[in-house]
Ligand binder design. Structure first.
Ligand code: NCD
Length: 318
């Protein structure tokens, strides 16, 4: 049923299987939706009559609202099923919950869950398109896409040979994993920065070495990489995924991006963060709100990316 050129499965489960051309074509489509997001042209009706279920079994602010706005800008309607109010909190399995929603006749399911691989599991059991909005520590493909789109805008459409540092709680981060795939496919090299306890060593080898693809390396010393990066992506320490372990007491001193560190960056080096921010820990207020910050541009691009994804998977008359 899908008319999208970037997926053969009819779902969006991760960026791992998307090549450069597929990623760029999705981002081109997202760019075309930006005037609607900004309100300078009216919305579209390509999702008229479609009902999209937001199945969010983990907390979310911007991702869920962003999907809802994206669907509504295209004329679709959204039903929200949230963790605390769904029967998942009574122990109903993820697949049961999703299968029941699908049986009610929704046209697509956007899922956020704590199980790595949960979105793919649902996709095996339902007939409608499934969009992964973050599954455990696995992937968060629309976040990876909006980050890629934001960096492409900043670097005039070309990331090849650029060095992007992703800093922080890499171990917990599905955002980091989706970015590893997306950024390296676009030709950027990625340095994962953080304490040993938060940066799994095996991440340097999951991305294949192939022509045109960037490479992944690890550094435990943020100060040592500041001079060589073209962009910095700061990540939240995900306290909810740690039992008080793994987070060094001197984390802020070693890895926090404060004004002194930001001032050492070359002019034009942008700062990204997927949100929510632990202000004053991984990122100082002044840096989050400063002239290098692309954080709100990321949020705006997120709606456009989700419009492109929903349109590709759910609009049959394009
Ligand atoms: C991220 C997530 O949920 O994976 N946030 C988001 O979607 N914007 C990162 C995080 O929670 O820190």
């Amino acid at each position: 049923m899908t008319t999208a050129t970037w997926t053969s499965s009819g779902h969006l489960l991760g960026l791992e299987d998307l090549g450069r051309d597929q990623l760029f074509s999705l981002i081109d489509e997202a760019e075309a939706f930006l005037p609607i997001v900004r309100g300078t042209v009216p919305g579209d009706s390509m999702l008229e009559g479609r009902i999209i279920a937001n199945l969010f079994l983990e907390n979310s602010t911007r991702t869920r609202v962003s999907f809802s706005i994206a669907a509504q800008r295209l004329g679709g309607r959204v039903v929200d099923l949230l963790g605390s109010t769904s029967s998942a909190s009574k122990g109903e399995s993820l697949v049961d919950t999703a299968a029941n929603i699908a049986a009610m006749g929704v046209d697509g399911i956007v899922v956020r869950c704590s199980d790595s691989g949960g979105a793919a599991l649902i996709a095996e059991h339902v007939e409608v398109p499934v969009i992964n909005a973050g599954d455990g520590r696995h992937e968060h493909p629309t976040q990876g896409l909006l980050d890629l789109m934001t960096l492409l805008q900043h670097f005039d459409g070309d990331l090849s040979g650029k060095t992007i540092a992703i800093v922080g709680d890499i171990a917990s981060s599905r955002v980091a994993r989706s970015n590893l795939w997306g950024l390296t496919a676009a030709g950027a090299n990625v340095i994962l920065v953080g304490p040993e306890s938060l940066v799994p060593g095996e991440l340097t080898s999951i991305v294949p070495r192939e022509p045109g693809r960037g490479v992944v390396s690890i550094s435990h010393d943020l100060d040592a990489v500041l001079d060589s990066v073209d962009a910095l992506m700061m990540l939240r320490i995900q306290f909810e995924r740690h039992d008080g372990d793994g987070i060094p007491e001197d984390y802020r001193e070693r890895y926090g991006l404060d004004i002194a560190r930001a001032d050492r960056l070359a002019g034009g080096v942008p700062i990204l963060h997927p949100g929510p921010i632990n202000r004053g820990l991984e990122l100082a207020h002044e840096v989050a709100d400063g002239s290098r910050s692309l954080i709100l541009q990321q949020v705006t691009n997120g709606v456009a990316v989700r419009m492109a994804v929903l349109a590709g998977l759910l609009a049959s008359n394009r």
